[in-house]
Each structure stands twice: as C-alpha cells, then as structure tokens.
Design a protein around this ligand. Sequence first.
Ligand code: SF4
Ligand code: SF4
Length: 166
Amino acid sequence: MNDALLEKIRALHIEIERQLQHIGQVNAQPHCAVCTSVCCKESFCRESVDSAFLRFILGQRADEYDDATGWFTPGQGCQLDHGRPLVCYEYFCNKFSTAELSQSHASIARELRAIYANAHQGQHMLIIDDLSVITQPRLQRIADALQALRDRLANSPGQAAVEQSR
Ligand code: SF4
Ligand code: SF4
C-alpha cells in the first residue's frame, strides 16, 4: 500500500514540477534572463541526490549526476526536468521583490514544499533517510494535497497561457 502511495506521490510530484517549469517559461522571469551570475552550482544541485525523496523522484536519472557540475550545463542550463531541489523553483537570490515572488511560480513552489512538511516525526520529507517509515495516513494526506495542487494548477489562468503557447 505504501509503495503504491509513494509511486502516486512521485507521479504527481513530477507532473507538478513540469507545470512549474511551463509556468516559469511562459511568465518570463526578467531577472534571470539578464542575470550575469546564474546561481546554479553543484552545491545546490547536490540535494537532488543527497535527499532520499528526491533520489526516489529522480529514479534512474540519479546515476547521471556529475559530481563536478551537478545538473548544470553551461549555455544550456539545468538538465533536469524532474527531481530538482525545491529551492531551485523559489529564486533564492535577492533580485526579486516580495511582490514579484508572490506573482511567480516561486509561491507555488513554496506550497509544494509545505505539503511535504512534517512527513514523519516533525521531519520534512526531503530530509527523511528511509521513506518506508512514513505512515500510510501521512502518505495519503500528502498525495491528496499534491493532487489538489496539481488540479488547481491545471485549471489556473497560467496553465491556459501554457496551453496557448504550445
Ligand atoms: S535566481 Fe537570481 S541569481 Fe539565479 S539566475 Fe535568476 S536572477 Fe540570477
Ligand atoms: S536548477 Fe538545476 S542546475 Fe540549477 S541548481 Fe537547481 S538542479 Fe542544479
């Protein structure tokens, strides 16, 4: 039962990540487009393979991790479309104002992070080493919250803009 729920969580998480990336592409982020000090670095990427949960999300792609460059390829950017550290969607530099952040997909990324809070004994899902300790009701609660977020995003005006851009 727990394995099935974890697989459901993985599928929903990947779907939400892709929605976040599409929204980010459609609503061009002005600071990143002209940024001369792109913040991607291996020390940020590393969470994707250090966290048991993100490794689970990555699946076999985790084997492709480059210890020197992480997931970043100069000139091409991030090579991951799922399993990124959540902070990668939150614009962790100080170039964005609070208003800009609240209107960007960074606020949705923070919602996603909040869904995984207190997954087991007060620990966030991203720092739990053994996912099998998470109880079935907790996993169900997380899956339900992810599904609600996924459905909300799918019906949002931002997603309509995504569909039109395809
Ligand atoms: S988040 Fe900030 S530091 Fe990173 S690429 Fe965008 S503007 Fe540059
Ligand atoms: S966006 Fe990708 S390349 Fe950049 S820090 Fe995150 S995982 Fe690494």
